[in-house]
Design a protein around this ligand. Structure first.
Ligand SMILES: Nc1ncnc2c1ncn2[C@@H]1O[C@H](COP(=O)(O)OP(=O)(O)O)[C@@H](O)[C@H]1O
Ligand SMILES: N[C@@H](CCOP(=O)(O)O)C(=O)O
Length: 351
């Protein structure tokens, strides 16, 4: 028998101006405890999944439907391993709320890539693990932060024509919904990722900075929150974001952090103005809660695709969150809030 535990942190992408570009890993976790019996003791073929925590009432427990295990199967099949090891048991505990902009799907994808790597004993390097994740998630900010940890900037390499085609296959071909008896299905060979799609760098993060996650009690799928974005932008808006992002990536690593610099550097004109239609109260929360009104606040923005609001602060957490609560409440929206720290990257511990 062999067993291992996979721990993947949540993440907050964009941090204001860094749409699809920067993300930070945070201290809510998706954890998988995996046991693989000796082949002689294996009693069933499909992995047996149990699941507790966030999303437990909606997540599929069929390994051929569940996002994490489908990604694991993608990694295995690209490496010529057709099915899960017989008798695999996966106990999942999830602290990351679904569809709130805290990287639940990115974490599920990274967990799947690490699961495939471990189940197949593939020993893939970090760069290759990221390639697999990017074939599924397709924007690098969440998955890179969840995999490597910290405050991370990333880009996707411009691929040559053949690699572009390979990387553009529909998600349904990367992650087909296999039939229930998929262990018997030898026909489907998914397209492997091109090599070296994603590249990243870790920025500094001053240790006094905490993340207050103000989490509205409704879900907004990332896909829906991307549909409202335009396909082109004015030069003025692009420059507005680039100027702020250039400052922000260094400013968050400085000690002590400068609230005036950071508050302005966390403003955005690429995604938040368009997403406000889906998140009542967003403009009011980000403009009424400032370092002047709330000492300790550094900056405030939408977390990922929302609806969570991310306030970076060195103190005054409760007053920031409770004032945001009041603004949302006026619009009929209840919230929960948590003070989170920047987390380490994903870990696999073999028992
Ligand atoms: N731990 C998980 N296991 C399986 N599927 C998950 C898990 N976490 C998230 N998902 C899937 O991802 C969806 C949410 O993804 P998305 O809309 O991108 O929001 P988020 O901002 O939380 O990543 C969920 O509705 C669910 O289908
Ligand atoms: N850059 C993406 C990030 C999505 O993050 P999620 O946590 O909401 O999945 C976007 O803004 O669409």
């Amino acid at each position: 028998m062999r067993s291992f535990t996979i721990t993947v942190p949540s993440s907050s992408a964009n941090i204001g101006p860094g749409f699809d570009t920067v993300g930070v890993s945070l201290s809510l976790y998706l954890t998988l405890k995996v046991t693989i019996p000796d082949p002689a003791d294996a009693q069933f073929v499909a992995p047996l999944i149990s699941y507790t925590g966030e999303g437990a009432d909606e997540v599929p427990l069929d390994a051929y439907k569940n996002l994490t295990t489908r990604v694991a199967l993608y990694v295995l099949r690209c490496n010529n391993i057709r099915s899960f090891p017989p008798g695999t048991k996966i106990e999942v505990n999830n602290e990351i709320p679904f569809g709130r902009g805290l990287g639940s799907s990115g974490a599920a994808v990274i967990a799947g890539v690490l699961l495939g790597n471990e189940l197949g004993q593939l020993d893939l390097p970090m760069e290759r693990l990221l390639d697999f994740a990017l074939m599924v998630e397709r924007h690098p900010d969440n998955v890179t932060a969840a995999l490597v940890g910290g405050f991370v900037g990333s880009y996707l390499r411009e691929l040559d024509a053949a690699a572009t085609e390979a990387a553009s296959v529909p998600l349904s071909e990367v992650l087909p919904e296999y039939p229930a008896d998929a262990s018997e299905d030898w026909g489907l060979q998914p397209p492997p990722p091109p090599m070296g799609i994603g590249h990243y760098v870790r920025f500094g993060w001053d240790e006094s900075i905490k993340a207050v996650a103000i989490i509205p009690r409704f879900e907004l799928s990332t896909a829906k929150a991307r549909e409202v974005l335009p396909t082109s932008y004015t030069r003025k808006d692009v420059i507005f974001n680039m100027q702020r992002l250039a400052v922000l990536t260094t400013a968050l690593g400085q000690s002590p952090p400068d609230p005036e610099l950071i508050y302005e550097a966390m403003k955005d004109r690429i995604h938040q103005p368009y997403r406000k239609t889906l998140i009542p109260g967003l403009p009011e929360v980000t403009s009424n809660i400032t370092p002047k009104t709330h000492p300790g606040l550094l900056g405030i923005c939408l977390s990922g695709a929302g609806p969570t609001i991310l306030a970076l602060a060195t103190g005054g957490f409760e007053s920031i969150a409770e004032d945001a609560r009041a603004i949302f409440k006026d619009r009929g929206i209840e919230i929960d809030w948590k003070v989170l720290s920047v987390a380490k990257g994903s870990e696999v511990t073999r028992q």
